[in-house]
Design a protein around this ligand. Structure first.
Ligand SMILES: Nc1ncnc2c1ncn2[C@@H]1O[C@H](COP(=O)(O)OP(=O)(O)OP(=O)(O)O)[C@@H](O)[C@H]1O
Length: 298
């Protein structure tokens, strides 16, 4: 869907993006991750043709991106851009028309989305009279109203309470299921785990990680197992640092130490009843912190 080749951008002597290559397949939710100041917003702005790259190329659906492609893209910026004095209905119709919809189509889609997000009663409210979360819903509708093929969401959950965040999350999944390709830039790693098929991480202007989320997680497996043993006949070797969680039942973590999971399991089976034997998988949060710290330490 989107192909980014060798993209660089500097602001004065500050390098914001360096030699970025990215490939976003059609129909996925693609997590664009990275610490503050990494270069994510700069990349998103270049894709949206708000600013120009110094070097590199972008292809959308196989063609070099052009201003006409803006109608294929929906962009929810981190800093929201609604006209405060305008009424909700007028504003949504305005954005829909701007993206090329006929007036009838615009009215029908705005009605559809306002009903869907249960905000039909806000039509004649001014944006300045809405709460942050309420305005967020309007901005979300404005972003998706023209049914873009590519949706770029920068921190889409910020400002939402957990109930509304869940509603928006489900709408994002719904859009994906209809075939929309979505780039999701967020610092909320639990949302990344839940929603993303692929992730790329940028740090200090460079891409430092890229791939399907499952592969990324597998490649970071620390090979640690969480074990619970019951009915232990003899004392558990001290090496495990086990904690007794019930009489005769011990819980601990241990690493493979070069062996296989089966070897480890049979060792524990000889010591007592194995009631738990789970491989500890790293969370995206742990991977994020690990990657950023190891980049800092060179
Ligand atoms: N218009 C600009 N003028 C000068 N420097 C800029 C400009 N825009 C971004 N930068 C710099 O480029 C770098 C990348 O910024 P960018 O906003 O892309 O980061 P980000 O990954 O989106 O960060 P955050 O997670 O905090 O939103 C930063 O050092 C920033 O200060």
């Amino acid at each position: 869907m989107l192909e980014i080749k060798d993209l660089s951008k500097a602001f004065g002597n500050k390098q914001a993006l360096t030699d970025i290559d990215l490939s976003v397949p059609e129909g996925v939710i693609f997590g664009l991750l990275g610490p503050n100041g990494a270069g994510k917003t700069t990349l998103i702005r270049i894709i949206n043709q708000i600013i120009e790259a110094d070097k590199g190329e972008i292809f959308l659906e196989g063609q070099k991106i052009s201003p006409a492609d803006i109608r294929k893209i929906g962009y929810l910026p981190e800093e929201r851009g609604l006209y405060k004095k305008m009424k909700v209905w007028d504003q949504l119709i305005y954005f829909a028309r701007l993206k090329g919809l006929s007036l009838d189509e615009a009215k029908s889609r705005v009605n559809h989305w306002m009903d869907k997000l249960e905000i039909a009663s806000w039509k004649s409210k001014k944006i300045e009279d809405l709460s942050k979360g309420m305005a967020q819903k309007i901005q979300f509708i404005a972003t998706i109203i023209h049914e873009p093929r590519l949706l770029i969401l920068d921190e889409p959950f910020s400002g939402f309470d957990p109930v509304n965040a869940e509603i928006i999350k489900n709408e994002i999944i719904g859009l994906k299921n209809k075939g929309t390709t979505i780039i999701l830039s967020t610092h909320r790693m639990e949302s990344v785990e839940l929603l993303c098929d692929r992730v790329a991480m940028i740090n200090q202007s460079r891409k430092i990680l890229d791939g399907p989320i499952r592969e990324v997680k597998n490649s970071f497996k620390p090979e640690i197992f969480e074990v619970t043993l019951a009915d232990i006949q003899e004392g558990l070797p001290l090496e495990f640092g086990a904690v007794e969680i019930a009489p005769g039942e011990w819980h601990f973590k241990t690493s493979l130490n070069g062996g296989t999971p089966n070897q480890l399991l049979s060792k524990f089976m000889s010591l007592g009843q194995v009631t738990q034997f789970d491989e500890v998988k790293p969370t995206m949060e742990e991977i994020f912190i690990h990657q950023v710290k190891s980049a800092e330490n060179g």
